[in-house]
Design a protein around this ligand. Structure first.
Ligand code: AMP
Ligand code: ZN
Length: 117
């Protein structure tokens, strides 16, 4: 059922403590941890504890939790003292999504190109 932990989901395993992560923030509904393959000096992932395959599915099913994710992205940026940063929701494999549990990338600490690649 949507929202329930999936046995084969990497990020559900991180939420459940079955795989270690460098957690920087946690709330009742979210976890934020450092990306294992950072693409910027700050690269933190903010995920909902509930399983939904992408950010849009989360927005449709549980919009308040998507708001929690975005608010926590801002808190990460504040903790990391980032004046400018990028919040990215890769959606679909063609856009680079590799983990199908909704997550926001918080990227900062270097210059950013526009448009993104
Ligand atoms: P995406 O490609 O948008 O689905 O993002 C998935 C992200 O998860 C990538 O940036 C990976 O580097 C990151 N990632 C994969 N496994 C782990 C892990 N065990 N701990 C932290 N980050 C991870
Ligand atoms: Zn999951």
């Amino acid at each position: 059922m949507a929202g329930e932990a999936q046995d084969d989901c990497l990020f559900c395993k991180i939420v459940g403590g079955k795989i270690p992560a460098t957690v920087v923030r946690e709330t009742e509904t979210t976890v934020a941890f450092r990306d294992i393959n950072p693409q910027a000096p700050t690269h933190v992932l903010v995920i909902p504890k509930v399983h939904h395959p992408d950010a849009v599915s989360l927005a449709v099913a549980e919009p308040a939790i998507l708001a929690d994710v975005v608010r926590e992205a801002g808190e990460v940026a504040a903790d990391e003292k980032l004046d400018s940063y990028r919040i990215v929701f890769n959606t679909g494999s063609g856009a680079g999504q590799t983990v199908f549990h909704a997550h926001a990338h918080v990227l900062g600490g270097r210059g950013m190109q526009w448009p993104p690649g």
